[in-house]
Each structure stands twice: as structure tokens, then as C-alpha cells.
Design a protein around this ligand. Sequence first.
Ligand code: DAH
Length: 348
Amino acid sequence: MDPEQARRTLETERERGLRAIAEAASLEELERARVAFLGRRSPWSEVQRSLGSLSPEARRELGRLANEVKAALDDALAARRAELEARAEDELLRSDRVDVTLPGRRPRPGSFHPLTIVQEEIVAIFTRMGYRVAEGPEIEDDWHNFEALNIPPDHPARTMKDSLYIDVPGLLLRTETSAVQIRTMEQQGPPVYVVAPGRVYRREAVDATHGSVFHQVEGLAVDEGISFSDLKGTLEAFARALFGPERRVRLNPDYFPFVEPGAQVAVSCFLCDGVGCRVCGNGWIELLGAGMVHPKVLENCGYDAERYTGFAFGMGVERVAMVRYGVNDLRLFYDGDVRFLERFEGAA
Ligand code: DAH
């Protein structure tokens, strides 16, 4: 290659190269321009390789020019690359833009089940009075569910017809939370002040007011000098906390093997205040069974029945929830229908 031709080649390559670089519309095009004008097979490289065959003078001059051209193209490449990269980033930002004014997709908050709400409220009323929460197993043995509670061997609750037994002899699904009274007194000495919420099971046909599984809250207080008036006062305080300060309680004699005397407890209706209405019928809402703990029950647990007396009570959570919310069919609590359940969001 003669020097003049080499010089012209370099000049043209500079001019064409700069234009191609300026016109490159993407990083790929830019890379192609780099290879075309500075790559191993580019005219520029060809001139570079031919320098050795030139006279020292021409070599110096053309060598300088070749470096100049390369530097100019390198600069242009770097500048254009920076430009294209900035543009690509802008584009990415634009296409990734989030409309922060769009309403979000809210997860639907869950809510407590009405029975949970009511059960917790009942328990809280007693824990505020100083009672502790006690628990027992849902699979019980004959001793805790019946015998220690003074339930005689011929009592109907003991038959297969009324209770749900399991395959293991002597074990059944507890029929009442009263069993927790026994477990508690076996575990600790007096004084005792506990409430025991829990699930109970009965062999029962399911209808609007009966279920084979339901919930109870049991209460037990044993101490020196506890009398029937303590029971009445405690239940009155409970009824007022649950249904309003105007409530009165009424106790009618009733029989439960584990208490003596025993009572059926009703609360004056919170809707009609005892006059009689759709919810209560005759002005009173029957809510609990209660009584003074039978001395035999205390003795079964190793308590000195001469020194200690106590009262016990038990209520159905479903029953309280039904009157509280005006629900007339207990099955609604178990159907899991969201339209029903969401009425209780934020209740309590
Ligand atoms: N366990 C009884 C029932 O399931 C309710 C009950 C009545 C509990 C009297 C008591 C009580 O503690 O003293 O029907």
C-alpha cells in the first residue's frame, strides 16, 4: 500500500466511522460499527499492518495519523455508548413505570367467628374478676366425665344413647366441661377460681337448637366460706357485664348430680327488660346451670369438704351467641357461609 493511499484510507475511514457511530441507533449497531471500523479485518487494521513495509518517515507520519483516527473513533464510540445506554435506561424506567394512583388490591381481612367472639367475651368477664382459664382434654375418661362428678352409674348420660364413646373402653368425648372442674381440683388445692371454655359432644340429633358438638364455659370457685349468695352475686355481675347494667338474674331449683342445691339460672331479657318478647318469650332468658359444689365432688378430688365450699356453673356458648345476635338457628354457626359470618366482623 503506498503512503498516499494509506493516508486517504485513514481519512475516509475516520469520516465514515464517525458518521456510522453517530447514526448507530442501538448498542448492537454501535458494536457492529466498532468491528467494521476498528476490528481486525477493518481497513484501519489493514493500514496498521502495512506500516512496517513503509519508509521510517512515512511510517511515523501514518502511524501518528492511525493513532489519531483510532482515538477519535474510540472517543466517539464511548460517547455514543453512554448516550445509548442512558436512553435504554430511560426506556426501561418508562416501561416499568407504576401508576401509584391505582387503587391497590386489598387482601380481605378475616374476622373472628361469632362463637369465638362470644366465648372470649364470657371468659374475659371472669378473668377480670380474677378467675384463671383452665383446660381439659376433649377425650375424657369415665372418672372425670361422670364418676367424680357424682353422676350415678344408671344416669342416662352414661348410656351409649346419649354419649359418644370411642373405641377405647372407658373413654368418651366429654359431654360437659364440668369434667375440667375435677381435673383442676386434682391438680391444685384450694382456693380455686377458674373458667374452662371448651368443646363438648353429645349423641344428639342436629336441629335448630341442638348440635352434637357445641361449646360451653364452665366456672368453678372453691374457697373457705363461699355461699350461695356469692354464686348469685357473681352471676349477676356476669349478666350485667354481658347484657347491660339493668339485668337481673333469677334462680330456679334444678337438679345436677354434682351440685347441691342446683339451679337453673335465667337473666331478665335485654330486649324487653322482662316484659316478654320474640327473643325471650316470657321475659327471662335461661342461660346457665349452676349450684353449690356437692361435698362428694370435693371429696373425690381430695378437698376437705368440711372446710371448703364452692359454687360451679356452666353455660352454652351457642345459646349466648343466639340470644345476643338474634340468631334463631344454631346450624348457621357451622355452615361456614361467608355472608353470615361477615355480619360479625368487628363485633364484640
Ligand atoms: N354441665 C351442665 C350441662 O352440661 C351444666 C352445668 C350445670 C354446669 C350446673 C355446672 C353446674 O357447673 O353447676 O348441662
